[in-house]
Design a protein around this ligand. Structure first.
Ligand SMILES: Cc1cc2nc3c(=O)[nH]c(=O)nc-3n(C[C@H](O)[C@H](O)[C@H](O)COP(=O)(O)OP(=O)(O)OC[C@H]3O[C@@H](n4cnc5c(N)ncnc54)[C@H](O)[C@@H]3O)c2cc1C
Length: 376
């Protein structure tokens, strides 16, 4: 049995950043971070499209677009070594089946204050004009999650956070002395428990898989098994990121962690989805899934819009569970989930819909009171 001021469950970007914040900015002395995998930031924080959002992606959710505009400059300031800016970013609007027209998209960009201009002719030529109405040059970046992981590792060590890898949190319950208690199971099958005053559940797809007295989140979640193909872009597309909006289309973004591009397609990236249920472990579902790639279908469809993509060389695919809030299924918004569980005082659940939302979480934490157990 260990005593801690705070336990953070989940060593992704959110869990790591919150642990560092509590230790460094809020002065909590004993912070323990539990991660079921043998490495930090190796799940959704690695298996994603690596886009530092700047609003363009969200014409149907003004709040998410606006928050992205606020958070991008902060993210670039705080993690400059992890942000790739040296590529040309294009957003194109499809003529058919698009939920926005080029005019509406331009107006939306002006409304959120995001830079947009018509792409030069040499870039327009990359697209099939029968299918694409307009191509715009925009300002959007990519992040290297391996650099975020290196940052997390160094900061956790310097701020004295105890990191327990290959350790899974199993149950959460009230504790008469400390307030809360977490039981854990490590890779050798050894169980342990940690008593703490504060507990942060930052387990993304696993948010509702803790047992004991954990009440579950009030916000309903949806999970998708997703495939992001990794390709070596042909020379014509090498220095580019491309997104075709807004409907059953695709994105091709630099993936700095591998020096490749990710290819995602609205129709083929989600393999299947289901509503969240306690006891129906999304990680196990992914582990048992056969993972048959749909890259051929992705390339075939993307090639209709951008013929040069057909020369891309497939490397492999990133499969991951993507977890979103059910209420945003229609508008594609990506707000944070931040819940304090009244049934378990001191226990919080956090889900960041995208990487730069960390600032929305930190803003919430600023208004919370935290005290060291030793000082009570
Ligand atoms: C396909 C896809 C594409 C995306 N594209 C983008 C994008 O382009 N831009 C963007 O900003 N965001 C994107 N996102 C969203 C982004 O990846 C997430 O918002 C972010 O990574 C969430 O970080 P996290 O720390 O909450 O989750 P994670 O990194 O998944 O961390 C949660 C951690 O908790 C651990 N864990 C789970 N249960 C337990 C337990 N019981 N005990 C101990 N540890 C546990 C897991 O192993 C994991 O390491 C994308 C996500 C996906 C899946």
């Amino acid at each position: 049995m260990t005593d801690a001021d705070a336990v953070i469950i989940g060593g992704g970007f959110y869990g790591a950043a919150i642990a560092i914040y509590l230790a460094k900015e809020r002065g909590l002395k004993r912070v323990v971070l539990l991660e079921r995998e043998p490495k930090l930031l190796c799940r959704a924080s690695y298996h994603n499209q690596a886009r530092v959002h700047n609003g363009y992606h969200y014409p149907r959710s003004f709040t998410t677009a606006f928050r992205s505009r606020v958070n991008l400059p902060r993210f670039v300031r705080d993690w400059p070594e992890a942000v790739k800016q040296d590529f040309t970013k294009l957003y194109a609007i499809a003529r058919r089946n698009s939920k926005v027209t080029a005019k509406q998209f331009e107006r939306f960009c002006y409304e959120i204050g995001a830079r947009i201009e018509p792409a030069e002719a040499s870039l327009q030529k990359l697209f099939e004009p029968r299918l694409i109405e307009a191509v715009f040059l925009v300002e959007e970046y990519a992040f290297d999650s391996t650099r975020l992981a290196a940052w997390a590792q160094k900061e956790l060590q310097e701020s004295g956070v105890e990191v327990r890898l290959s350790t899974r949190a199993m149950t959460v319950a009230r504790d008469a002395g400390a307030g809360l208690q977490v039981t854990t199971l490590n890779e050798n099958g050894d169980s342990d428990s940690v008593r703490c005053r504060y507990l942060f559940n930052c387990t993304y797809s696993g948010l509702n898989q803790l047992s004991g007295e954990f009440p579950g989140t009030k916000t309903r979640l949806k999970h998708e098994i997703t495939e992001m193909a990794l390709v070596k872009a042909p020379s014509a597309l090498e220095g580019l990121g491309v997104t075709v909006m807004d409907g059953p289309f695709f994105s091709m973004m630099p993936f700095p962690a591998r020096g490749l591009h990710t290819l995602s397609h609205v129709r083929y990236t989600p393999h299947f989805s289901w509503q969240d249920e306690s006891g129906d472990d999304p990680y196990r579902k992914l582990q048992e899934y056969e993972r048959e790639s749909r890259v051929d279908r992705m390339l075939r469809d993307v090639g209709r819009y951008m013929p040069s993509v057909l020369d891309a060389k497939y490397a492999d695919s990133l499969f991951e569970v993507k977890t979103i809030l059910q209420k945003n299924e229609g508008d594609d918004g990506r707000p944070i989930l931040f819940e304090q569980h009244a049934e378990l005082p001191g226990c919080y659940s956090v889900l960041g819909g995208k990487i730069d939302n960390i600032y929305d979480v930190l803003e919430k934490l600023e208004t919370e009171q935290f005290e060291n157990v030793a000082e009570r």
